[in-house]
Design a protein around this ligand. Structure first.
Ligand code: NDP
Length: 293
């Protein structure tokens, strides 16, 4: 048997938005027989021309294959799409972004309907799908058996990282990474705001910013070591006491540049609280404990 004639797992995909369409194209390009459904049928037309079978209803699409991947806008839309489908015997992989609680509840409801469940959180944007070199991947959690059974097929659009039997963990990892990303975007917004009214080319600041953020990123490993050992003073290079003493410089500079401190201030307030509680010899790990309620 040559590589070209190895049978590829047939599958169903519900949802042909920007992400669903990219996923569909990756599976079609890899030779997987694909049945698709989308609430607005017009979005399926191009994929039909590329070899996808288009189902008239979600129920028909679910009936077509054992492996059913769902990529819709939110958890409520998944409920709506699956309402009339017979899930018995299906392997349901839900790539729709949601909360850990939504993923756990869906796993329970899916099992009650006689199907197996695997959750997924996509760490990629559509142009990264189907391009392994782009570095995108999908967190999966839930049934390990299901993940192993479909690992190869699930790995076609992007890499896969299995993070545990708890169906909520894929969402949790996903949201954790994206939350860190928004913190970074907040800092970047403040930095560009500082130079906005000056004769400084943003394009000159951009590479310096990018390199600085990359240089700072490995500090997450020391934070993890602190959390594991419980000793937040281990290997500290920039003491919290020193960092808090420096915060007026940041706030005064913002004021002088006519920039609102609203993105920085909440973080500085947490740093000051931790210092007041005796964390002066730590770096910033103690802020995490102030956040956890
Ligand atoms: P789009 O907004 O492009 O598409 C949304 C999809 O959901 C469409 O297929 C839409 O159908 C469908 N839909 C919405 N409401 C309903 C409903 N009530 N019943 C049935 N179908 C419904 O979103 P994306 O494709 O970009 O995103 C899909 C998922 O992928 C989301 O959970 C998103 O968070 C996740 N994701 C997206 C990324 C991105 O950059 N795009 C990155 C990482 C994850 P219709 O065509 O009829 O409107």
């Amino acid at each position: 048997m040559t590589h070209d004639t190895v049978e590829k797992t047939p599958l169903t995909l519900l949802g042909l938005g920007a992400m669903g369409t990219a996923l569909a194209r990756a599976w079609l390009a890899a030779g997987h027989p694909l049945t698709v459904w989308n609430r607005t049928p017009a979005r399926a037309a191009a994929l039909a021309a590329e070899g996808a079978r288009v189902a008239d209803s979600a129920a028909e699409a679910v009936a077509a294959n054992t492996l059913v991947v769902v990529c819709l806008v939110d958890d409520a839309s998944v409920d709506e799409a699956l309402a009339g489908a017979d899930l018995a015997g299906r392997d349901l992989v839900n790539l729709t972004t949601g909360t850990p609680a939504q993923a756990r509840a869906r796993a329970d409801r899916t099992r009650e309907r006689g199907a197996r469940h695997l959750d997924g959180g996509i760490m990629a944007v559509p142009p990264m799908i189907g391009l392994p070199e782009a570095g995108g991947y999908v967190f999966h959690s839930g049934s390990r058996d299901l993940f192993e059974r479909h690992r190869e097929t699930l790995g076609v659009p992007a890499g896969t990282i299995y993070v545990g039997e708890d169906p909520g963990f894929a969402s949790l990892y996903d949201v954790a990474l994206l939350s860190a990303m928004y913190g970074m975007f907040a800092g970047v917004a403040h930095a560009f705001a500082l130079i906005r009214k000056e004769d400084i080319d943003p394009a000159a600041l951009a590479p310096l910013l990018a390199d600085w953020l990359i240089a700072m990123a490995p500090s997450v490993h020391r934070t993890a070591d602190h959390l594991r050992s419980g000793d937040y003073t281990e290997g500290v290079v920039s003491r919290l006491a020193m960092q808090v003493a420096g915060t007026p410089t940041f706030l005064s500079t913002a004021e002088q540049q006519g920039v609102s401190p609203e993105l920085l201030s909440p973080y500085f307030a947490l740093m000051r609280r931790r210092l007041a509680e005796g964390g002066g010899d730590e770096d910033l790990t103690g802020v995490i404990d102030l956040l956890v309620r």
